[in-house]
Design a protein around this ligand. Structure first.
Ligand code: DSN
Length: 421
């Protein structure tokens, strides 16, 4: 029987069907992507999308909140319990608005913010020039040790003492090593700055005990909910009790209107899932898979930034192999392996055609893939490099990738016989 969507809008239905198939057939190695559970998707696609709820539980500007209040309270309680936080705000629409709310809560325009440069693995909202955070505030950027390509906490401390930022940000989008939140906190204390830990990439690893937690160290923690945490597209802030009012006020009414209640419900479900023993096993498997994949890629002759990984990410410079990030990412996609091209530290090339690739193991681990599949994947990278200008050979690799993927159905509305929806 045709679905409501199929009847109303066969065009959109067909595009979603094709995307579902693509997600099933390919190895999704984009470090910020994942597969949510069917339960998360169900909450996200619920009638909660029909409700307006400006305000917070118990203090809304619209009537009819008895169930929405309960849902938002559940999400907050689960976030606080899972991460050990004093307070959580689950309303930010995503990671960028969450970070902007922190700026609005703690800073005045023009104040100094110090974060990792986008070109060395930070985020746009950590004070990069094209972002509002780099134009309405005064950015100071720390980088990486040129020799190890790792964070150099002594250099960060020296810079912070010279520049005296009001906000220090510990956060990454393309950096394959653990963050030392304790070291960041001691630097922030020394210069009397607030510490924001942006764990958008790391939240699932933190929740599952596969990465140290920033909670005892940071004044505010921001995150998205859809990367390693495996929830819906959304954002979340956690903070010390003393900042609760300022953070809540900055999210609403400071920056946003009505919260997306369907997303809040889906976040609540994801947080329940993330509190399970199964999720702890998952988080550790994500890191273990990244390490095996990194070793395999090195065996294939690829140069990895920092020489390896201890989170879910691998960043590699492919220019020593005679290609560029963009050319290789396009070749890999023909071979059924989906990544994103990325700058490498001190990249002489432009961001739209950089020297590197960023890959991550959160999504393939959600499919139940393990070390054997990671070793196989590393060999496919080597084969795709060799045949990068041979579309037919790349598509043949794609057939093998699809055959492997069929044995690992992801969570969500996919079925093993490869006929989703
Ligand atoms: N776009 C996200 C990522 O891919 O890391 C960060 O916002």
């Amino acid at each position: 029987m045709a679905s409501a969507l199929q009847n109303t809008d066969p065009e959109v239905h067909e595009l979603i069907r094709l995307e579902t198939q693509r997600q099933f057939d390919t190895l999704r190695l984009i470090a910020s992507e994942n597969y949510t559970s069917s339960a998360v998707l169900e909450a996200s696609a619920s009638v909660l999308t029909n409700k307006y709820s400006e305000g917070y539980a118990g203090k809304r500007y619209y009537q009819g909140q008895q169930y929405v209040d309960a849902i938002e309270r559940l999400a907050i309680e689960r976030a606080c319990a899972l991460f050990g936080a004093d307070h959580a705000n689950v309303q930010p629409y995503s990671g960028s608005p969450a970070n902007l709310a922190v700026y609005f809560a703690l800073l005045k325009p023009g104040d100094k913010v110090m974060g990792l440069g986008l070109d060395t693995g930070g985020h746009l909202t950590h004070g990069w020039g094209v972002s509002i955070t780099g134009s309405y505030f005064t950015p100071v950027r720390y980088g990486l040790d040129p020799r190890t390509e790792c964070l150099d906490y002594d250099a960060i401390r020296d810079l912070a003492k010279r520049e005296r930022p009001k906000l220090l940000i510990a956060g990454i989008t393309a950096y394959p090593r653990q963050l030392d939140f304790e070291a960041f906190a001691s630097i922030a204390r020394e210069v009397d700055a607030y510490l924001l830990a942006d764990i958008a990439h790391l939240a699932g690893l933190v929740a599952g005990g596969a990465h140290p937690s920033p909670i005892p160290h940071a004044d505010v923690v921001s995150t998205t909910t859809h990367k390693t945490l495996r929830g819906p597209r959304g954002g979340m802030l956690m903070c010390r009790k003393a900042l609760r009012k300022a953070i809540d006020k900055a999210v609403f009414p400071g920056l946003q209107g009505g919260p997306h209640n369907h997303t809040t419900a889906a976040i609540a479900v994801a947080l329940k899932e993330a509190a399970s023993d199964e999720f702890k096993t998952y988080a550790h498997a994500v890191v273990a898979n990244a390490k095996v994949l990194a070793e395999g890629l090195q065996a294939e002759g690829f140069r990895l930034i920092t020489g390896g990984t201890d989170n879910h990410q691998i960043v590699m410079d492919v220019t020593p192999r005679g290609t560029t990030g963009k050319e290789f990412a396009q070749a890999l996609e023909l071979a059924g392996i989906v990544t994103n091209y990325n700058t490498v530290p001190n990249d002489p090339r432009k961001p739209f055609d950089p020297s590197g690739l960023r890959i991550g193991t959160a999504a393939v681990t959600s499919r139940g893939m393990g070390p054997d599949e990671m070793r196989r994947t590393a060999r496919w990278f080597g084969e795709a490099l060799e045949h990068r200008q041979n579309e037919e050979a790349l598509r043949r690799i794609g057939d093998d990738v699809r055959a492997l993927a069929a044995h690992f159905p992801p969570p969500g509305p996919y079925v093993a016989e490869n006929t989703p929806l």
